[in-house]
Design a protein around this ligand. Structure first.
Ligand code: THU
Length: 159
């Protein structure tokens, strides 16, 4: 028998003042697109913005549906869009935020979205920085997807 543990490293910024300008720009885009979210059921608007390796930024938000499981998170809205349209560009970073939160920490992506970020990182052979922002609060930066999904299932078919 052996006791193991997994440690997650991330950077916390108290405010945007001390963050790299390109990350602040990505966060601002995520906040902007969150305002256009279609979330009449949860009333929990989320925005996500992605920066590609050519510097271009794309953004998406959560799109809900009266048949609840038909809705899509902000992260997958934008990730699937960029992967569909720019399959040859790598994703450098994704910023995620919510307009509402009862928590003192930033919103964290759901398990579905973590799995999708994981596979995109794995298939592009380049880490994706994950930037979680709370408006008026702290920002957490994770260097790559496995930090948010340790021991992830990366199927045999990908190898
Ligand atoms: N949601 C996201 O868009 N991203 C997340 O990381 C967590 C949750 C959405 C799904 C749903 O529309 C609403 O937030 C409430 O769960």
């Amino acid at each position: 028998m052996k006791q193991n543990s997994i440690t997650i490293d991330y950077i916390e910024y108290e405010s945007l003042d001390s963050m790299p300008a390109e990350d602040v720009a990505l966060i601002e885009k995520a906040v902007e697109i969150a305002r256009k979210s279609y979330s009449p059921y949860s009333k929990f608007p989320v925005g996500a913005a992605v920066r590609l390796d050519n510097g271009e930024i794309y953004a998406g938000n959560n799109q809900e549906n009266v048949a609840y499981p038909s809705g899509t998170c902000a992260e997958r809205t934008v990730l699937n869009y960029v992967n569909a349209n720019f399959p040859d560009n790598n994703i450098e970073a994704i910023a995620i935020t919510s307009l509402k939160s009862n928590s003192s920490i930033p919103i964290t992506p759901c398990g579905f979205c973590r799995q999708v970020i994981m596979e995109m990182e794995y298939s592009q052979h380049q880490n994706i920085r994950i930037i979680l922002h709370k408006i008026g609060g702290p920002t957490y930066v994770f260097h790559s997807a496995p930090a948010l999904l340790p021991l992830a299932f990366i199927g045999e078919m990908l190898q």
